[in-house]
Design a protein around this ligand. Structure first.
Ligand SMILES: Nc1ncnc2c1ncn2[C@@H]1O[C@H](COP(=O)(O)OP(=O)(O)O)[C@@H](O)[C@H]1O
Ligand SMILES: [Mg+2]
Length: 259
């Protein structure tokens, strides 16, 4: 999940799409590749300095195949489907991996860490930082496809175009020759605002049939659930059913497109 523009909803989409997939029986890994650790926190995880856990940072630093196997930790939510959700958590220390960007082959370290360490999972969704630099490049070299998230707003649409251009220009150097944008998800959409409608039309013009349905509407319950680090269905606010239904439909699209 990529956009170098922050605040478009990458972390929330990773989490809520993962929930929707887990509900239908898929075993889903959510991998936090943002040193802000927002995904990890929203999934109920906290770093404990007294009993340090192995995180994405150590797995990448190790530069050995399969190290992510020691990082996956269950999502400890009080809902049945959470038993099929595994988190690879991150915290501020992941910033230190940027210092390795100049080391030969370091962009392949995430792929290496995941090698053989994701076979117990049907899907792994990677939450990237708002950047196209080293951490995101490692994700590009590790993943099967890129999902771009954007709002119907100019800065994030430009961000989405930069992602597309970056992939086109750099895929060979990242050893990711087949890398493609498999989908563009429009998030945080405000119905009934003419400017939003215009911008949504330009997203469709720019990305054509790569744009996934449905567009995810702005709903307070989505932000509240993340703020309270609970499953969406335990989020406070109105229009919960509509919010849940949106991610269900997005999971349909995901499954259709990746099939
Ligand atoms: N569809 C939505 N409706 C309401 N709030 C949302 C929605 N998507 C994301 N948010 C909220 O917007 C903020 C930014 O989203 P976040 O997932 O952190 O973006 P990113 O990971 O791209 O920086 C968060 O507070 C998040 O809960
Ligand atoms: Mg984020």
């Amino acid at each position: 999940m990529i956009n170098n523009r922050g605040g478009v909803g990458k972390s929330d989409l990773v989490l809520r799409l993962a929930e929707a997939l887990a509900k239908r029986g898929r075993r889903v890994g959510i991998l936090d590749l943002d040193p802000q650790g927002n995904l990890s926190r929203r999934a109920g995880w906290t770093y404990n300095e007294q009993a340090p856990q192995v995180t994405v940072s150590e797995a990448v630093m190790a530069n050995r195949p399969g190290t992510m196997a020691q990082v996956w930790t269950p999502v400890r939510w009080d809902v049945e489907y959470a038993s099929r959700m595994q988190l690879a958590p991150a915290w501020l220390e992941l910033e230190d991996r940027y210092a390795e960007a100049g080391v030969v082959g370091s962009h392949l370290r995430l792929a290496k860490a995941l090698h053989g360490a994701d076979e117990h999972l049907d899907d792994v969704l990677i939450d990237c930082p708002p950047s196209l630099f080293h951490l995101t490049q490692m994700a590009m070299a590790a993943c099967d496809g890129v999902l771009v998230v954007t709002r119907a707003e100019i800065d994030s649409i430009l961000g989405a175009k930069r992602v597309r251009q970056f992939i086109a220009e750099k895929r060979a150097e990242l050893h990711a020759d087949d890398l493609e944008i498999i989908g563009v998800v429009v998030n945080d959409y405000e119905q009934g605002k003419p400017r939003q409608r215009q911008q949504l039309a330009s997203v469709r013009r720019i990305f054509g049939d790569r744009v996934w349905e449905p567009v995810i509407a702005r709903r307070e319950v989505i932000a509240n659930a993340s703020n309270d680090h609970v499953p969406l269905e335990q989020g406070k606010g109105s229009q919960l059913n509509q919010a849940v239904a949106g991610f269900e439909l997005l999971a349909d699209t995901y499954q259709k497109r990746i099939a």
